[in-house]
Design a protein around this ligand. Sequence first.
Ligand code: HEM
Ligand SMILES: Cc1cnc2ccccc2c1N
Length: 290
Amino acid sequence: GANVATVPQGKTLKDYQEVYNDIAAKIEENLDYDGGAGFYGQLVRLAWHSSGTYDKNTKTGGSYYGTMIFYPEASDGANNGLANGRDFLYEFAVKYPWISRGDLWTLGGVVAVQESGGPKIPWRPGRVDSYEKKDIPENGNLPDASQDGKYVRNYFKRLGFGDREIVALLGAHCLGKCHPENSGYDGPWGPSFNMFTNDFFVRLLGSWHVRQWDGEKQYEDDETNSFMMLPTDIALKEESYFLKYVKLYAADQDLFFADFSKAFATLLELGIEYPRGTKPFLFKTVEEQE
Ligand code: HEM
Ligand SMILES: Cc1cnc2ccccc2c1N
């Protein structure tokens, strides 16, 4: 049957806000991780890759079963490095044995966006751990960064996203960095990678050139040579159906935040059915609770 959200007995917003606060505190204790990027990018990518395996045609994949700890998903090259995010969160799976992996990993992404200055992300619990092979998506369902805009458009069609949502979601590339040991891409080295802003779009509209180095084809900015873009990032300015939203978001951070919040919340819930009227939680940031 469908993947129906099943909330652990008696758990309410208060219980999940406690988990949120623990994750936020641990992020604060590790701000120097990864050359100053902290864990923001890592946790957002873990939430996204837990969900991005979804295929609306076969109704497989998505965040519901929390299967990334199992082969073959754990060894999909696209997931290289994400054990760091899973290991970061593991102590909370032990401390809160009632929370599922899927709920913990997607919640980690919500904490990372909100605590790095990003928009509130509506979030609903109820993902259920699976230990069955049939629930593990096959590898190859996550996107390839070396491709062009038509590829990007087609990839996200499988998840049910349109042009505007695709551009909004890619704005998460304001956080974190690339690691040659994970993906063969490298950088950026600028200080912008631990704050959730529309910086990705503002920078993208600048001028870029192909970096001369021995790694994967990637771009660096003409001005400082210290920022980077992937081919699929640059693709957003090469296709007119994407470029118009890049310009919109570069000019209006509030609009980017509103669109990102909707698209990211939808991404994290792909493939999950919620009983009618299940209201999402809106978590307070640490700052809002002081
Ligand atoms: C066309 C689709 C996409 C492609 C090809 C892509 C590709 C990549 C690659 C190659 C990396 C570097 C990984 C590493 O070397 O550690 C990366 C990092 C990242 N991606 Fe994407 N990505 C895509 C979409 C997304 C989306 C939709 C999100 C979230 C909404 C996202 C969030 C991130 C974040 C936060 C990082 C930084 C991770 C870290 O700092 O460890 N990406 N992406
Ligand atoms: C500025 C920028 C551009 N692209 C990225 C792709 C993946 C990860 C981080 C990125 C990033 N900080």
